[in-house]
Design a protein around this ligand. Sequence first.
Ligand SMILES: Nc1ncnc2c1ncn2[C@@H]1O[C@H](COP(=O)(O)OP(=O)(O)OP(=O)(O)O)[C@@H](O)[C@H]1O
Ligand SMILES: [Mg+2]
Length: 235
Amino acid sequence: MTKDELRLSGVTSGYGPTVIVDGVDLILPAGEGLALLGRNGAGKTTLIETVAGRVRLQGGAIRLGDADLGRMSPSARCRAGIGLVPQSRQIFGTLSVEENLTVADLKRGWTVEAVYDLFPRLAARRANGGRQLSGGEQQMLAIGRALMSAPRCLLLDEPFEGLAPVVVDNLLEALHRLRSEHRMSMVVVEQHARLAVDLAERGIVLERGRVRLAGDRAELLARWDEIEDMLALSD
Ligand SMILES: Nc1ncnc2c1ncn2[C@@H]1O[C@H](COP(=O)(O)OP(=O)(O)OP(=O)(O)O)[C@@H](O)[C@H]1O
Ligand SMILES: [Mg+2]
């Protein structure tokens, strides 16, 4: 096992007694990207929130390098290197951009200036309230806030949802920079397979909480029609 490799073995999780994610195995080598695909309700959010510690692990194991995450609190997982950018973004509307970035007062990891270098748009808006931001700016802020804790593995839940194509391009460029300049691993949840596969060396398709298909980019591209069918019948 390489340092910082994310490894899930037989991960089962859900809400109360209900099983949503059912025996998922996956390996994400350090510095690589994984596209987590699946239609609405497949369990994508449940799976990454299980990795981040927001959903209870019912069975199986989650490791990042040597760290056994399954036994840790969400904040300990964050210190161990997991960064979550949640589907709902969850920025503080009444705080300014800069306050959103510094509220956790981590005194380590990224500086606000490094976040502004990645997202110059946020620098221009640093004194604006979270509520005054566009959807794209909110997503940049949600990513920036996750970076402040110096993640080695970033979990992004539908980061492009509801954003205009030009904003999506902007975000993609920043995420590519994180991959190339910072060697950050990434799990990108997406319903639009093309976008995620652009960022990821490998991917899995979840169906009713189970891995229906997994492969590297070439394998995914070779089975593209099948994947599109799996993702097509969203509600
Ligand atoms: N807090 C919760 N309590 C109980 N069940 C939940 C909860 N959150 C999600 N579920 C159920 O878990 C299943 C998987 O939901 P999840 O949000 O993980 O799917 P998803 O793949 O992220 O879907 P989407 O593409 O719509 O974001 C769904 O049946 C959903 O109703
Ligand atoms: Mg979801």
